[in-house]
Design a protein around this ligand. Structure first.
Ligand SMILES: Cc1cc2nc3c(=O)[nH]c(=O)nc-3n(C[C@H](O)[C@H](O)[C@H](O)COP(=O)(O)O)c2cc1C
Length: 177
């Protein structure tokens, strides 16, 4: 699939065929995510792949907008390593690019999946603190690992309507506001 076509046709897929995604395909998808840009090239991410049906069904109790994950082939929990991210933690300056880095990787991952005919849907975890804490506890994640996004994946069993037109020229400001 051509890049521009992928960017324009990727839609959130929430219905899936009962079909496994091969490990080699998942590895390629994650490879694409790992080529994403990151602040100071820190690459502070980790990817947790879970196929366990019980966990997939349980997810809706952890994050309420993930009920469809029960039918996915797997979920990828995109995580950030707080200690590896580009950050400042001083009295007068506190920030971290961890969520930005993870968000970009999540989009790359979904686009790579789409290029292979695999549907996905970005489901937020961070910055919802309760979801972050529950995932960390349930999945036994170390303290420095921040679960950022939950991405159910599967071969599509639906063809979502493409938006009429999201292109809004009035949102582009040429040279001045
Ligand atoms: C930060 C973020 C959080 C999201 N969380 C959820 C979610 O919890 N459940 C869900 O079904 N979709 C979720 N979505 C998907 C959006 O609903 C979807 O991207 C949006 O409606 C646009 O549709 P499209 O992805 O088909 O272009 C999320 C998307 C983003 C970017």
């Amino acid at each position: 699939m051509e890049l521009m076509e992928g960017l324009l046709t990727r839609r959130s897929i929430r219905r899936y065929q009962d079909k496994k995604i091969e490990k080699s395909v998942l590895e390629e998808i994650i490879k694409a995510a790992q080529f994403s840009p990151t602040a100071h090239n820190k690459q502070p991410w980790e990817f947790l792949i879970i196929e366990d049906k019980e966990f997939l069904a349980e997810l809706r109790h952890i994050q309420r907008w993930t009920s469809f994950a029960k039918d996915a082939a797997c979920v990828i929990i995109v995580c950030g390593d707080i200690e590896k991210s580009f950050n400042r933690n001083k009295e007068d300056e506190k920030w971290s690019f961890i969520d930005v880095d993870c968000a970009i990787a999540t989009q790359s991952l979904m686009l790579a999946a789409w290029s292979k005919g695999i549907g996905s849907c970005y489901c937020g975890a961070a910055p919802m603190q309760r979801v972050v804490d529950t995932l960390r506890e349930r999945l036994d994640l170390p303290e420095n690992i921040r679960p950022f996004a939950i991405v159910p994946l599967g071969y599509p069993a639906e063809t979502p309507k493409q938006p009429d037109d999201r292109y809004k020229p009035e949102k582009i400001h040429w040279g001045k506001w």
